[in-house]
Design a protein around this ligand. Structure first.
Ligand code: FES
Length: 108
C-alpha cells in the first residue's frame, strides 16, 4: 500500500484473475469492494454493498455495465455507481488503476 495526499493506493487483484461479467469481492481496511471487468477490459470498483439494504453486489448478475443486486434486483451502473432502477441513489465508487497485470484501487 502506498499513500499519496492521504489517499491509499492498494493492490487488490491481478487483471487476469478477473473475468468479464463476473464480480469479484475484495476487502481493504475492512471495506468490502466489488470489482467488475468489462468487455473493453476496463475494471471498475464499487462498494460491495447495495444502497437499498446492503446486498452483496459482487454476487449480482452482470449485464454490460450494469449489475443487478442479488437481493432485490436494483440495477446499478458499475462505472459510476448510480442506481438506474427502480429508484435513485448511488453506491460509492473507487478509482481504479492498472499497471501491467496489477489492479490498484484508491481508498481515501
Ligand atoms: S439490497 Fe439490493 S436491491 Fe435490496
Amino acid at each position: 500500500m502506498s499513500t499519496v495526499n492521504s489517499v491509499n493506493k492498494v493492490l487488490v487483484a491481478k487483471s487476469n484473475d478477473l473475468s468479464v461479467g463476473i464480480g469479484r469481492r475484495v476487502q481493504v481496511d475492512g471495506i468490502e469492494i466489488a470489482l467488475f471487468k468489462q468487455e473493453d477490459q476496463s475494471i471498475h470498483a464499487v462498494e460491495n454493498k447495495c444502497p437499498h439494504k446492503g446486498g452483496p453486489l459482487s454476487e449480482g448478475i452482470v449485464s454490460g455495465e450494469h449489475v443487478f443486486c442479488p437481493l432485490h434486483d436494483r440495477k446499478i451502473n458499475v462505472r459510476d455507481g448510480l442506481v438506474q432502477a427502480p429508484d435513485h441513489g448511488c453506491v460509492k465508487r473507487y478509482d481504479v488503476e492498472t499497471e501491467g497485470e496489477n489492479v490498484f484501487i484508491f481508498i481515501d
